[in-house]
Design a protein around this ligand. Structure first.
Ligand SMILES: Cc1ncc(C[n+]2csc(CCOP(=O)(O)OP(=O)(O)O)c2C)c(N)n1
Ligand code: SF4
Ligand SMILES: [Mg+2]
Length: 278
């Protein structure tokens, strides 16, 4: 307990920015805790970290955490982060986005950041809904989702964030949930230590805007859903395909040690400089 209090003191702007806006049972706070434990465990200096976030309940993380922070506009976190990383590759740049932020308005930025394999650690907090703005359906809302903009069930096929990141070229791709918090600490720590574009999709409940309308009586039911419907990737791969359809796999889907764009850029710049000086 003493250690938790110490972490709150060390890593949160608790005197200035609290109370926070998160609803009871919201998973976003668990992600924040996991991120803090990961950064602390790896021994990074707070000054060496920049957290860039978009707009949404997920984006509020940039307000609460005491790193260098940039609270940008909706969907554009990756563009700010790209500029920061290219200008100062020594900084550890962490990007926090919601599913709407990352896959809807910011979807094109995500594809190209992954394609460039720029050295960013990206956390996509997927609650399958636009939480902050009143519960409109998002590109990850499952077919049939009842929401403010689909009162009779939404009809569009949803994006798979892991598949999207892998197809676009990210070198590290993982999925976790806020129920599996210890595992999540491991995934975030892992991602922070890798070069290139590292993305962790995090399943996190929004009972206020999603759960209530979609037959989850309490927020605890949403956490139970993660328990019953997710399976570790190695076990998932052993299932028959009809069984696989019933589960969402969690774990590390890709782990390649490929240099980030900022490193390749510096190498090219040094080579050109040498040629000029020769
Ligand atoms: C350019 C722009 N378009 C729309 C909005 C309104 N807006 C703010 S947050 C948000 C969606 C948030 O959903 P998500 O990214 O999934 O984050 P969550 O709140 O669920 O964590 C929208 C549409 C905005 N602020 N700026
Ligand atoms: S609206 Fe949803 S995402 Fe936003 S704080 Fe409440 S539970 Fe969390
Ligand atoms: Mg969302």
């Amino acid at each position: 307990m003493a250690q938790v209090t110490q972490l709150i003191h060390d890593y949160l702007r608790h005197n200035k920015k609290f109370p926070h806006v998160y609803c009871a049972g919201c998973g976003h706070g668990i992600v924040l805790g996991s991120l803090i434990r990961s950064v602390h465990g790896l021994g990074y200096a707070k000054d060496d970290i920049v957290l860039v976030a978009g707009i949404g309940c997920s984006g509020r993380m940039a307000v609460y955490v005491d790193f260098n922070t940039v609270h940008t506009t909706h969907g554009r976190a990756l563009t700010f982060a790209t500029g920061i990383k290219m200008a100062n590759p020594n900084l550890k740049v962490i990007v926090v986005m919601g599913d709407g932020d990352a896959m809807s308005i910011g979807g094109n930025h995500l594809i190209h950041a992954a394609r460039r394999n720029i050295g960013l650690t990206t956390l996509v907090l997927n609650n399958n809904i636009y939480g902050m703005t009143g519960g409109q359906y998002s590109p990850t809302s499952p077919v049939g989702t009842v929401s403010a903009t689909s009162p009779f069930g939404q009809l569009e096929r949803s994006f798979d964030i892991v598949d999207m990141a892998m197809a676009s070229g990210a070198s590290y791709v993982a999925r976790g949930t806020v129920l599996h918090a210890t595992m999540l600490d491991g995934l975030i720590s892992d991602a922070l230590e890798k070069p290139g574009f590292n993305l962790v999709e995090i399943l996190t409940p929004c009972h206020t805007q999603y759960g209530r309308k979609n037959k989850f009586k309490t927020v605890v039911d949403m956490y139970q859903w993660y328990k019953k419907n997710t399976v570790k990737l190695d076990r998932y791969r052993q299932l028959k395909s009809e069984e696989q359809d019933k589960f969402t796999p969690i774990g590390v889907f890709r782990d390649e040690m490929r240099p980030g764009l900022e490193t390749r850029y510096a190498e090219l710049r040094n080579k050109l400089q040498e040629q000029r000086n020769a």
